[in-house]
Write a protein that binds this ligand. Sequence first.
Ligand SMILES: [Zn+2]
Length: 244
Amino acid sequence: MPAPDTPHAADFCPSPNHGERLTPISSLILHYTGMPTGPSALEQLTRAESQVSAHYFVDEDGTILQLVPEARRAWHAGRSFWAGETDMNSASIGIEIVHPGHADPRPFPDRQIEAVAALCRDICERRAILPRRVLGHSDIAIGRKIDPGEFFPWKALAEQGVGHYVEPARIIGGAALETGASGAEVRDLHRTLADYGYQIDVSGNYDEASAGAVAAFQRHFRPALVDGRADSSTIATLRALAGS
Ligand SMILES: [Zn+2]
């Protein structure tokens, strides 16, 4: 049994679901397990037939288990994209956080989030991962994944030194860019999202894929309203984030 890569892990609970890394580690990806209980999720992540895993598993009480050595490519991201990289499994470390998911969007316990923050700080320091490379699964798998959810406390994590965060701009209603729109404003939005890392064509046409990318951005950075429409609050939040 290998020793954990971090002093924060209580134990190693090996998963067979991993392979060889093909690119250097640049990102940290957070997930919720989306299963009714922690034990059922752990069973799934360590069973060969499931073909899924993550490097770390954080239980509701804050206990951290390591499932896959950091040097190996764990199978947590699936089809994915960030800033031009399409093999995010190779380019990242993945953390599964026990939570039932959107079926029961209850708050993540404080001690669980404190454990996640301590683990993230340790990984980012050892692996030189930039704050803006601490991402949700939903950021890198637009239209396919919605974890760790708009109810995930990114702000609390930022207050504990993890991730890239700006206070979301106030929602004031009014006009918004939405499906069917086109032109320079849409192109600007596309470019800013693409430069930040999101998978989006800089076409200037607000299509379904644009709405999906905006919804992914909102889920992480403007979680009070996730509707895929680029209102003034969404655009201001994105600009502030991109410029910070
Ligand atoms: Zn996930």
